[in-house]
Design a protein around this ligand. Structure first.
Ligand code: FES
Length: 122
C-alpha cells in the first residue's frame, strides 16, 4: 500500500490518499477520485497541463519506471527534464523530478505530489 500526499497552494491543506497495491491508476485518476484539483486537459500525455513534481518520502531506493516517449517529449517541451534525467530514466530507471499526472501510475511507494494549480505549472 502506498501513501500519496498531494500538496498545492490551491489546497487548504495537504491530503494523503492510499493506493492499494497492484493499483494501476494514474496519479491523475487517483486525484480525480479524491477531488484533488490537479489541472488537466487531454488526459493522454499530449498537453502537459497536468505537470506535477514528485518526491519520495522514505529512504528506500526509488522504484524505477520507464517514461513513455510521449511523457518524455512533453516534459522536454516544458523544459522540465534535463538530458541527464532522460539518460538516468533510460539507463538506470531513475525517475525524474517532474512527471505528468496522467501518465504516472501510482506505485507501491510513498510519494509527495506537488502541483501549482496552474495548468502546466508545478
Ligand atoms: Fe494532458 Fe496530462 S492532461 S498531458
Amino acid at each position: 500500500m502506498a501513501n500519496i500526499t498531494f500538496q498545492s497552494p490551491i489546497m487548504q491543506k495537504a491530503k494523503t490518499v492510499y493506493a492499494v497495491a497492484g493499483n494501476t491508476k494514474t496519479i491523475l485518476a487517483l486525484a480525480e477520485e479524491h477531488k484533488i484539483p490537479i489541472p488537466f486537459e487531454c488526459g493522454d500525455g499530449d498537453c502537459g497541463s497536468c505537470l506535477i513534481e514528485v518526491s519520495t518520502l522514505d529512504d528506500k531506493p526509488k522504484m524505477g519506471m520507464a517514461l513513455t516517449e510521449k511523457e518524455k517529449a512533453r516534459l522536454k517541451e516544458l523544459q522540465k527534464i534535463t538530458p541527464q534525467e532522460i539518460e538516468n530514466a533510460e539507463t538506470s530507471d531513475i525517475p525524474p523530478r517532474y512527471r505528468l499526472a496522467c501518465q504516472y501510475i501510482a506505485r507501491d511507494e510513498d510519494v509527495i505530489v506537488r502541483f501549482s494549480g496552474t495548468p502546466g505549472g508545478s
